[in-house]
Design a protein around this ligand. Structure first.
Ligand code: COA
Length: 308
């Protein structure tokens, strides 16, 4: 079987548009708890923004997968300089429902990757929801690797030995510099992005620094001593039910003593006070992955990358 990618015409995009919006909106409803009406409006807004000139939008490759005369699926790739500066991004890959489990998904992705290589693109990424286990298996088989994951669980009523204490602006600046220098990917989710990009993300997540509304930048204190810090937010409109923990660290001398677990529980207690139903921890890197595994946090979504 040979799959060839053929550019979509404007008429074909118009025909496909409702199903693209529906797929995107359904994912928001199912995974983020957004209401169906809001999800549809948001999906339409974001898709319009990505494709201002439809199929002629620079940097956006919208193609159908053809097996001979048979249209088997759709592949949308955003070139570097659009969604991400440093890598291509697979915005959608879908195989027609009645053509699934025949290898067309892999074939379309391989064809898309080969085309990227010809264009001199060295890296491609994508986002997939945790519940989509079939797609996640497929991407792993094709050599995609986890760059970052959102790991979630319901908020309980935890006991904790860690107290959260406010940070001053200079203390936050010092902590942020550590992340930007040592672990920028935790904020950028793009290993090639410059440190400046991590600072931009930080300004979006905490626009007024330690005084940002609905944002908690806190020292972790145990037995009267500072042992680390945490940065988390109350849920925003894009994920109404889930609070986001952007970063947490236990300082090296204090690791592997249960303090990371206790720090997460302290954030959880704060979420419980605000009636937040679910917590989500963004992780990047294998240590954080093992920590999230030990704490029973499920994969809600993940970002994968592949070097071409
Ligand atoms: C991830 C981190 C916060 C864990 O803190 P910690 O205090 O060492 O974690 P705890 O001692 O509370 O461990 C909790 C559980 O995670 C497991 N765990 C933690 N780090 C682990 C590692 N590197 N490898 C394997 N398991 C690990 C522990 O074994 C423990 O499991 P258990 O209770 O079943 O025994 C800490 O390593 C850290 O600050 N890392 C750098 C920053 C970072 O990666 N932050 C997370 C991303 S936001």
């Amino acid at each position: 079987m040979t799959v060839v990618l053929v550019d979509l015409t404007s008429a074909e995009l118009a025909q496909r548009w409702p199903s693209m919006i529906a797929l995107f909106a359904d994912a928001m409803v199912e995974n983020y708890g957004v209401s169906p009406a809001e999800a549809a409006a948001e999906a339409e807004r974001q898709t319009d923004e990505l494709l201002p000139a439809g199929v002629h939008t620079a940097g956006q490759l919208l193609r159908k997968g053809m097996d001979g005369d048979d249209e088997v699926g759709f592949l949308w790739i955003s070139l570097p300089g659009t969604t991400y500066d440093t890598m291509a991004w697979i915005a959608e890959v879908s195989v027609r429902a009645d053509r699934r489990s025949r290898g067309y998904g892999s074939a379309m992705l391989r064809a898309g990757e080969a085309d990227l290589v010809e264009r001199g693109v060295r890296r491609v990424g994508l986002h997939v929801f945790g519940v989509n286990t079939g797609a996640r298996r497929l991407y792993r088989r094709l050599g995609y690797q986890v760059l970052a994951q959102l790991r979630t669980r319901p908020v309980g009523a935890p006991q904790t030995t860690v107290e959260l204490e406010p940070m001053s602006e200079p203390e936050y600046a010092a902590r942020l510099s550590e992340v930007v220098e040592r672990h920028p990917v935790a904020l950028t989710r793009d290993p090639l992005a410059p440190a400046a990009r991590a600072r931009e993300v930080a300004r979006v997540l905490a626009p007024q620094g330690v005084d940002s509304p609905n944002v908690f930048l806190r020292h972790a204190v145990s037995g009267g001593r500072p042992v680390g810090w945490i940065w988390f937010s109350l849920p925003g409109p894009h994920r109404p039910g889930t609070g986001a923990i952007h970063y947490l660290t236990i300082d090296e001398p204090y690791r592997r003593r249960g303090l990371g677990r206790a720090l997460l529980a302290a954030a959880e207690a704060e979420y419980a006070r605000h009636d937040v139903g679910r917590l989500g921890l963004w992780i990047a890197g294998p240590d954080a992955g093992r920590f999230a595994d030990a704490l029973g946090l499920e994969v809600s979504s993940e970002q994968l990358v592949k070097d071409l």
